[in-house]
Write a protein that binds this ligand. Structure first.
Ligand code: RIB
Length: 353
């Protein structure tokens, strides 16, 4: 079985450099060096003995991940990528599906801390972290994923997110550039920081272009209970049918995520509306399915694999070197607009306007 010295030899670095990578202390290391070490770890199937490390360092080497649900492909992929990133660093991951319910999140976090886990990645993008305050006071380190959680007093140790507002802005600017003037938003209830940011970005794009945003075109789940993370496709289908049956319907729709967008395809098909000729659609996330549907979906890419590595690095760093959170513990990544076939020039739809 390969040991730390084999990894060091293959990567051409010292054993302490390998140890720094494994323990999430690669902050000042050159990206290429860290990459070489990770590749050697992978090639040699090196697994640091977590029990031995725990005894030596006194650290629990298990991390918790609390997300809405793996039933949503975005979160399923993230859970997988975070699990890989933790394993590479000699940690293990426990995954909890809490459907963004603060009580369920609090109860999972309580169970985790009760079994000695001191680090949790939270992916629900809540409006505040009050439900975790007591556990944070008991030493739980929380890494927020999907929102930038820098506000003082939140108690959050670090965070990784795309710039949600910029994502909304890029999608709406793309549509406005195609001549769309009535743009709808199809999403779940706008009660998370990530959704609030995206909607705000769409509003800003309208304001910058001098186009009024019609608030009645913001569709928020049609009264779904909870947040609608697992019913994305179903809600997308219902939402697009509702939006398109308005007297003055939108010619383009920005969706809260790719599953809403894929559901919207079905709703448009039900009504005989063709994409992109009669309706343009933009998603968010760039899940694997988005380029397989027809037409391939224009969307906002979240670089999830890199984000998974980052959040695990930051959390392990916080677990091993506890101190006041630093500004660079809060990472905001630029999302990317991926233009595919679901968006095109605005055109009047015959018999509908
Ligand atoms: O349901 C997946 C979506 O919820 C993603 O866009 C993610 O960023 C979160 O807000």
């Amino acid at each position: 079985m390969a040991g730390i010295h084999d990894v060091a030899k293959m990567a051409g670095v010292s054993a302490s450099t390998v140890s720094n990578v494994i323990n999430g202390r690669a902050g000042k290391m050159r990206a290429e060096t860290r990459q070489r070490v990770l590749e050697a770890i992978e090639a040699l199937k090196f697994t640091p003995n977590s029990a031995a490390r725990q005894l030596k360092s006194g650290h629990n080497t298990t991390i918790g991940l609390i997300i809405p649900s793996v039933a949503n492909p975005f979160w399923g992929a993230i859970a997988h990528q975070i699990e890989q990133a933790t394993r590479k660093r000699g940690y293990r991951l426990l995954i909890c599906n809490a459907e963004r319910d603060p009580e369920v999140e609090q109860s999972y976090a309580e169970t985790l801390i009760g079994s000695g886990v001191m680090g949790v990645i939270l992916g629900s993008s809540p409006l505040n972290f009050d439900h975790l305050k007591d556990l944070i006071a008991r030493g739980l380190q929380v890494a927020a994923f999907d929102q930038r959680a820098r506000e003082s007093g939140s108690g959050v140790a670090c965070s990784v997110s795309v710039d949600q507002e910029l994502g909304g802005l890029l999608s709406a600017q793309h549509l406005i550039g195609h001549g769309h003037r009535r743009i709808g938003i199809l999403t779940g209830p706008v009660r998370t920081n990530s959704r609030i940011g995206r909607v705000e970005g769409v509003r800003i794009a309208h304001a910058r272009a001098g186009i009024p945003f019609d608030e009645s075109l913001l569709w928020q789940g049609g009264g779904v209970s909870g947040f609608g993370d697992m019913q994305g496709a179903e809600l997308g289908r219902i939402g697009v049918r509702e939006l398109l049956s308005r007297e003055n319907p939108p010619s383009a729709i920005v969706c809260g995520n790719d599953m809403f967008a894929i559901g919207a395809y079905a709703g448009a098909r039900d009504l005989g509306v063709s994409i992109p000729e009669e309706l343009s659609i933009v998603g968010f996330d760039d899940i694997a399915l988005s380029e397989l549907v027809f037409p391939p979906l224009t969307t906002i890419r979240q670089p999830t694999a890199a984000m998974a590595e980052m959040v695990v690095d930051l959390l392990i760093h916080c677990l091993e070197e506890v101190g006041a959170p630093r500004e660079d513990n809060f990472v905001n990544i630029r999302p990317q607009l991926i233009v595919r076939g679901s968006t095109g020039p605005a055109r009047r739809r015959p018999n509908r306007e």
